[in-house]
Write a protein that binds this ligand. Structure first.
Ligand code: SF4
Length: 403
């Protein structure tokens, strides 16, 4: 066994606490997993991750306040909490979080009379004998003793409604997972298994993934009987993680979110100026699929590196102003956008001019999120709502997930 492998194996012994997100990261990229959980490299949270934390924190405090005071809505508290939480945030995080809060969360109302046993920000854990411990505080949850806390779970909101147990999970992702992705995601089964241990009499569990950015909820129902294999599945994956010796970089979709690009050897090699120049100056065409794959990986990493440079430059320009280049300035410049503020009036004028209503109606567009929001307010069934929704497929040269 080489020195490096021996060292890694010794380190691996310290990865004895597990969770859904740890397992997911291990499956996405072993090297990123190793940086985060074995080498414990300090991370600078990406702006997207910071927006996620801010929105979670806000939702927890606001919804918890509504529950404790038995209110469906409280505009004053909403504004005060929002402003307090965002006061010291980075400008981009503040803007993004504000858009979510004002855009989709501000109009939400909550009914508490139909719900019981409501709890929020619950921390649960399985010990090494697979006994479930609930209602843990931070100290107990982060307990370093893997026998006491073997597998951790955090639940944003749990409650009973209509004889079913609901688990609500807030997501600030830019992409809404498809129904089948949610149904096939292990998160649902893991939650269902844990819940079935706490409430042995419950048979139906509903998982609601709440994509707060779009005010769109994916709802999946599961019968606890379908979660029977979870313990075995987790045991298997825990064994795989704990016995892993080669934490190799696995470039892929996760690179977009990875906070370890500056120390990842594959990322470094791919975005290294010299290696890019060699590729650009190579006169021969691509001759094999393997070579094409290597270049596609390199291109992806270069695009990510460009985004990271943009973020750095934005921060500098925010404080210091424009960066002068030879014939242009890079910085924040106002852009004007023209919009029709009173569509009703504009449509009236067009109709009065003799234009046909079909022509005018065709010119009016609904943004999808707005339409979905209105459809929800109008209590339309998904079927009625989607009768007018069409997905336009077009060809774009882009990276696409394969599994
Ligand atoms: S940059 Fe990509 S390959 Fe490297 S550690 Fe991060 S996810 Fe893995």
């Amino acid at each position: 066994m080489t020195g490096a492998t021996l060292e890694q194996t010794e380190n691996v012994q310290s990865v004895q606490q597990h969770s859904y997100s740890r397992r997911k990261l291990f499956n996405q990229c072993k090297k990123a997993f190793s940086f985060k959980y074995i080498e414990k490299v300090p991370e600078r949270k990406s702006l997207a991750a910071r927006t996620g934390s801010v929105v979670h924190d806000f939702q927890y405090q606001y919804v918890n306040h509504l529950y404790e005071t038995n209110q469906s809505h409280d505009s004053e508290k909403f504004t005060q909490l929002r402003d307090d939480i965002l006061a010291d945030e980075h400008a981009e995080v503040r803007e993004d979080a504000l858009n979510i809060m004002n855009g989709t969360l501000a109009d939400r109302t909550y009914r508490w009379d139909t719900k019981s046993n409501v709890s929020m920000e619950e921390r649960w854990a399985f010990d090494s004998e697979w006994n479930l411990h609930t209602g843990l505080d931070d100290d107990a949850w982060f307990n370093k003793d893997p026998d006491a806390v073997k597998f951790r779970l955090r639940l944003d909101m749990v409650y009973f409604e209509n004889n079913k147990l609901w688990i609500q999970d807030y997501k600030t992702n830019w992409r809404i997972m498809s129904q089948s992705e949610v149904e096939n995601d292990d998160q649902l089964k893991i939650y269902a298994y844990a819940v079935s241990q706490k409430y042995p009499d419950i048979t139906d569990i509903v998982l609601m993934l709440d994509f707060v950015r779009f005010d769109f909820q994916r709802i999946v129902e599961i019968n606890v009987a379908d979660a029977r294999g979870v313990k075995k599945m987790l045991e298997k994956s825990i064994e795989k993680i704990e016995s892993e010796a080669d934490f190799i970089p696995e470039p892929g979709q996760y690179c977009d979110w990875c906070t370890f690009t500056s120390i990842c050897p594959t990322f470094q090699r791919n975005s290294d100026e010299e290696s890019v120049n060699i590729e650009l100056n190579r006169p021969d065409p691509i001759t094999s699929r393997e070579q094409a794959k290597e270049l596609a990986e390199k291109r992806k990493h270069l695009l990510i590196a460009a985004d990271q440079l943009t973020e750095k430059l934005k921060r500098w320009a925010e404080v210091n102003g424009d960066i002068p280049l030879s014939h242009e300035n890079l910085g924040f410049h106002p852009k004007s956008r023209t919009s029709v503020t009173d569509t009703r009036k504009a449509a009236g004028i067009l109709l009065n001019s003799g234009m046909s209503s079909t022509e005018v109606w065709d010119a009016l567009t609904f943004p999808k999120t707005k339409y979905y929001g209105l459809a929800k307010k109008a209590n339309l069934s998904d079927e009625t709502r989607d009768a007018f929704v069409e997905e336009n497929v077009y060809t774009e040269f882009s990276y696409q997930k394969t599994d």
